[in-house]
Write a protein that binds this ligand. Structure first.
Ligand code: ZN
Length: 254
């Protein structure tokens, strides 16, 4: 199999993991930047992530349009991915989803969503909230063109995650494993924070030094990270598709 085939296969696995972990349902999507053509990225055609197969992966350009003739229906919100890749050369993978547990933090302004648990540290110290109405008024809340995508990417700035008011979130990672991990732990971190708020009293967020210490120890293809990827892929029924990267691969991807 070629390197591109491996990348597309990993993207299928990522789709299945996010579905199995309840980050996405019928809606929501994950993409990966083309390893050789930084102005292209891969994303499935319009299909529930649980059902995505190798043949469903489509190659897109930075305008959010497929680079080849494509008759199949495509995700309406693919501009989220295009705009984040355009704004952030450091980013190699993007997730957009509507996970329920994060939604209150885009709606209520009293409590910011920030890391409160160690595994939530990867969402970053600051999680901005993007409100589509600020610039675009009354819409159906979906990001359907590049103007809206760019406005979201601008709000995300150099952060890992942006919440989308009344809608969901977008997350951006240096690798596919990183963005999947971040997107799995984002709703869990939100859930822990919601429960803590119910108990009352002062909320203790992770300290900046703790977040920094977690990030220093992170490598997308370390044994610890691979352990989670292998576990999630097995749980999602696609362990047979796993390609364990060699050492050199880690450097290429990071
Ligand atoms: Zn959406």
């Amino acid at each position: 199999m070629s390197k591109i085939d491996d990348v597309m296969k990993d993207l299928v696995i990522a789709n299945r993991i996010l579905a199995r972990e309840d980050v996405v349902d019928a809606y929501g999507h994950v993409s990966i930047r083309h390893p050789d053509k930084p102005n292209h990225f891969f994303l499935a055609r319009s299909l529930a992530p649980e059902l995505v197969e190798f043949e469903d992966i489509v190659e897109f350009g930075m305008d959010g349009q497929p680079v080849r003739d494509e008759k199949r229906a495509l995700y309406l919100e693919r501009c989220i991915h295009a705009a984040i890749y355009e704004a952030r050369p450091d980013i190699h993978s993007v997730v957009h989803a509507h996970a329920e547990d994060i939604l209150p933090f885009g709606i209520a302004q009293a409590t910011p969503l920030r890391p409160v648990i160690h595994s939530g540290s990867f969402i970053g110290a600051n999680v901005p909230v993007w409100d589509i109405a600020d610039k675009f008024g009354d819409t159906n809340l979906l990001v359907t063109n590049m103007d809206q995508g760019r406005d979201l990417a601008k709000c995300m700035a150099n952060n890992n995650v942006a919440l989308m008011r009344g809608h969901g979130f977008a997350s951006a990672g240096r690798s596919l494993i990183e963005v999947v991990r971040m997107s799995v732990y984002l709703p869990r971190n939100a859930r822990a924070l919601l429960h803590a708020k119910q108990l009352g009293g002062e909320i203790k967020y992770l300290r900046q030094g703790e977040i920094d210490a977690r990030n220093r120890g992170y490598s997308p293809y370390s044994t610890e990270t691979w352990r989670a990827w292998e576990f999630w892929a097995t749980k999602a029924g696609c362990a047979h598709m796993l390609t364990k990267p060699d050492h050199g691969h880690e450097h290429k991807k990071s």
